[in-house]
Design a protein around this ligand. Structure first.
Ligand SMILES: *Cc1c(COP(=O)(O)O)cnc(C)c1O
Length: 378
């Protein structure tokens, strides 16, 4: 194996709902959910059923043919957006952003505005949009023409967005950067600036999509509709699936042959995605996510070790007062709880939207115990 992830200490072999088991039989409460991917939990019966049925019937058709699942999912996504939408399916978030980047070139303009601290993926194109120098540095030269402005800073956007810009790409919440939430009204103002200056607005909803923040998309609370939306992570209900959605009439479109993906939108991943959406709808999981957010916040926000809890719905960043996030992650794992550190100070949690009140209490007691142990050792 390449050493790009470091050496993972835990090898997981089984999952059910909010729980996973490692190869020694140890059980963990999974509060990172495949990095915001397992929206309906592990081994959901509807997802299993849909995948099973589909793989028996037809596993792959390529992009030479259409398939009903892809069309049905595209229709579902259009309904979520609430306006005329065209969908390109791919397999990952990086590919979705690559597609957005390529489509922005069809405006005839080449300059792009992105934000400092953003994360848009690891391919050369997506990395060129990513505002994290440590991830970029070993791979320069990257694409020219991408300007990074401080996230959440509307003045900086006002200065940077000119009619010569092809596209602005921004996350509704910066997930990989530690769940950073922009000030109220930020996305709305960026939308207005893009409209006034004839610039496309792409919101990267890879991490904040699929109900994670209590609405289908992380930007809905500001009432904005982007021109381009990129999705992945939760979209496939645990299977690899990405999408780029173009909304309305302003976005140029690919001509036949200009873009593609052999596996993109394959019948099995789209079946899983459709099943996940149906589970989110029928179990009212977005409403539940907001309720669970409240109870998570109420149990951990006031702890001595916690500076602030930021985020929305079930994408939360717990900012610690001390640089001990990695120690806390290890102490949680010892106690059978999986969470993730995005930096020395920030713990990210992104449990499945199916998480219950009882599981939230289990999380709190394990998390608090881990925090206290690390504090006592420090
Ligand atoms: C994870 C992520 C990506 C990249 O997705 P991959 O599927 O890993 O390529 C892009 N944008 C955001 C906001 C993400 O969180």
């Amino acid at each position: 194996m390449e050493q790009n992830y470091g050496v993972p200490g835990i090898s997981l072999v089984k999952g059910k709902g909010l729980y996973v088991w490692d190869d020694s039989g140890k059980k963990y409460l999974d509060f990172i959910g495949g990095i915001a991917t397992n929206v309906v939990g592990h081994a959901d019966s509807e997802v299993i059923k849909a995948v099973n049925l589909q793989i028996r019937k037809l596993g792959h058709v390529s992009n030479l043919y259409s398939n009903p699942n892809g069309l049905e999912l595209a229709e579902k996504l259009q309904k979520m957006v609430g306006s005329q939408t065209k969908v390109f399916f791919c397999n990952s978030g990086a590919e979705a952003n690559e597609a957005a980047l390529k489509i922005s070139r069809l405006t005839g303009k080449k300059k792009i505005i992105s934000t400092v601290g953003s994360f848009h993926g690891r391919t050369i194109g997506a990395l060129s949009l990513t505002g994290q120098s440590a991830k970029r540095a070993p791979f320069i030269p990257l694409l020219n023409g991408v300007k990074f402005v401080p996230y959440g800073n509307i003045r900086a956007m006002e200065r940077a967005i000119t009619p010569r810009i092809a596209m602005v790409i921004v996350e509704a919440i910066q997930g990989e950067n530690g769940v950073v939430v922009p000030p109220e009204g930020y996305l709305k103002r960026v939308r207005e600036l893009c409209d006034a200056r004839g610039v496309l607005l792409c919101i990267d909803a890879v991490q904040t999509g699929m109900g994670r923040t209590g609405t289908w998309f992380g930007f809905e609370h500001e009432g904005v509709v982007p021109d381009i939306i990129t999705m992945a992570k939760g979209l496939g209900g645990g299977l690899p699936l990405g999408a780029m959605l173009t909304v309305g009439e302003k976005v140029p479109h690919f001509l036949p042959g200009q873009h593609g993906s052999t596996f993109g939108g394959n019948p099995v991943s789209t079946a899983a995605g459709l099943a996940a959406i149906k589970v989110i709808e029928s179990k009212k999981l977005m409403k539940s996510a907001l309720k669970m957010e409240k109870s998570i916040r109420s149990t951990i926000s006031d702890l001595d070790e916690v500076d602030v809890v930021r985020g929305r719905g079930l994408l939360l960043g717990i900012v610690l007062k001390k640089n001990v996030a990695h120690e806390v992650v290890a102490a949680c794992a010892e106690r059978g709880l999986l969470v993730n550190a995005t930096s020395e100070k920030v713990i990210r949690i992104a449990p499945a939207l199916t998480v219950t009140a009882i599981q939230v209490s289990e999380f709190s007691s394990k998390f608090i115990s881990a925090l206290k142990e690390v504090a006592a050792n420090g």
